[in-house]
Design a protein around this ligand. Sequence first.
Ligand code: PLP
Length: 399
Amino acid sequence: MKFKPADNIQDLQYFGEFGGVNPSISDSSTYTFLSAKTMLDTFEGNSDGCYLYSRHTSPSNLYLGEALAAMEGTESANVAGSGMGAITPTILQICGNGDHVVSSRTIYGGTYAFLKNFTPRMGIKTSFVDITKLDVVEAAITKNTKMIYCESVSNPLLEVADIKALSALAKKYNLKLVVDNTFSPLSISPAQFGADVVIHSLTKFINGSSDTMGGVVCASTDFINSQKSVIDGASMLLGSSMDSLRSSSILKNMRTLHIRVKQHSDNASYLASKFEKDGLKTVYPGLESHPSHNLFKSMMNAEYGFGGMLTIETGSLEKANALMELMQEKNLGYLAVSLGFYKTLFSAPGTSTSSEIPEEEQVEMGLSNGLIRFSIGLDNDIERTYKMMKDCMKQVGVL
Ligand code: PLP
């Protein structure tokens, strides 16, 4: 049967303590035990259904985790206080002193900085490669490699990872394939193609209202339990827990994710094809000109489209800045980092979200200062938005 992520979420049924249509929020950091023996068993991981302490887990976090595992088709999931709070313990759970990572070179700047600048302190080395070139990825694997790391659709260049082929490589060399799916929730389901671990920053599309941070790791029960182990689990010990109030609000927002993703995708697809026709260098996986258009198509859950992210090239940082300031003045969106909001958000990644990447490496990977990354909003009249954006582009000399 076809994998139906939104239906899988919908099929979960929880009621609140008094029959509420939403589950009750667990407003406690710690939990009582009827006997001292049960407390000991729980510490040793042998007491199902008992809660210990909310850094370990809480009923509200479990509800949200279950919904996210259902969405990604994994056995289990563990939520975290931010996307980085999901990424960093995953890397540290898999890798230790002397280990090596093969990572896509076009990834979120924070993840890049963690692998490039922080993990070497712990003896973990990373080779950054062009993830779209499988021979290059394979050549970078050494006897110490433990993990291949990539984003299904990369931030900010929108390169698409061939998850099936990367998973085959990972299996051949006994590595873990870790995929950050933040840019393509519902549209791509990496676990279906063999990803071992799927990560999201919930801060973005999944929560969708730019009012909270959040993250999740979706994986096998064994992996999630290892991250939550009180003895040596990186999530438990590094402490990037989500608060129950937040997990309950994210779960409620998740109810409308399928509708939002379709609208983000429709609007982005409309604008991308118009911008391209106008002669702007436009990158959007839904465009036939995108080098991985067919690859995305072969992986996608078609009803959710190609996602809400696109980039255009304006030619220079000055033009990019002038255009973004004017679009904000005309209320077409906000000059802000992040993504997945109801309103369009735009930023120049070279000087913001990817500024952690040194300039020469930015040039090498094709990230220019004139590039604007758009997270297209839920605008009701996208034709009107397009006309107004085009006027702005003419005014600042981008068109
Ligand atoms: N992964 C991707 C692809 C991102 O774009 C971001 C943030 O922009 C993150 C992870 C980090 O998430 P957070 O900011 O929630 O820690």
